[in-house]
Design a protein around this ligand. Structure first.
Ligand code: ADE
Length: 228
């Protein structure tokens, strides 16, 4: 997979890819991340990427031309499956969207700033708009990092234990069951006996029951009517 991220603050997007699983995914060739500074696509000397909005009103708007130049350049080099725009009024990101995006080859992610981008960018280039939640960030960069993390870890081979992404919270619209590790008893607090029993069918049944219990109590909205 290749992800091209267009931003006015590339520095914000460096560290997420320089540690842990994402770093390893890049080193092992599972994913390429390319950061593009929008200012490199501006021709005027002031490197202006935003301007006042027509009709008046507070807040600057990101101009169409530098974005057009950047996206058109990228599209002339390869085919992209999606051109994503990070914006608080986009579709709410979730595990289902992460699963679908993890199967793509080439993605562009455009990070919004200020009042957002000129509507013509959204009308003519963007194929999918994503929000990471109902709150406003100073820009789309941290949202883009969240989306990249959620999708890259799903690429086969990225996680050491292939099954662990499949048993994540949300993967089956269920919250994950509680987990424990050694010691089996700490300050008198005991691990549920079933987990140390070695009886794997029983352990699986216990995990499923706990997953439903937690989901029913914390996120009943995730369950079908019949499961509630
Ligand atoms: N840009 C600003 N706020 C955002 C949000 N909640 N999700 C995605 N991009 C954003």
């Amino acid at each position: 997979m290749r992800i091209d991220i267009i931003t006015v603050v590339p520095d914000l997007l460096k560290s997420p890819f320089e540690a842990s699983i994402l770093k390893r995914a890049i080193e092992n060739g599972h994913v390429e991340i390319h950061l593009h500074n929008l200012r490199d696509y501006v021709t005027d000397n002031y490197k202006q990427i935003d301007d006042y909005q027509f009709g008046g009103g507070a807040g600057m708007v990101m101009m169409v031309e530098p974005i057009d130049k950047c996206i058109s350049q990228l599209k002339s080099e390869r085919n992209y499956d999606e051109v994503i725009y990070m914006t608080p009024d986009g579709d709410r990101f979730n595990q289902k969207a992460a699963n679908a995006l993890s199967l793509k080859e080439n993605l562009i992610i455009l990070c919004g700033h200020y009042k957002g981008v000129d509507q013509r960018v959204r009308d003519h280039f963007i194929t999918r708009e994503i929000s990471i939640g109902d709150y406003v960030l100073s820009g789309g960069e941290l949202g883009a990092a969240v989306v990249c993390d959620a999708i890259i870890r799903l690429i086969p081979g990225v996680l050491g234990n292939e099954t662990s992404a499949l048993t994540d919270t949300f993967q089956d619209d269920l919250l994950a069951p509680p987990v424990y590790t050694r010691p089996a008893e700490y300050k008198g607090w005991k691990v549920p006996e079933v987990l140390t029993s070695g009886n794997f069918p029983k352990i699986e049944a216990w995990r499923e029951e706990k997953a439903y219990e937690r989901t029913r109590s914390l996120r009943p909205d995730l369950l079908d009517e019949t499961e509630k």
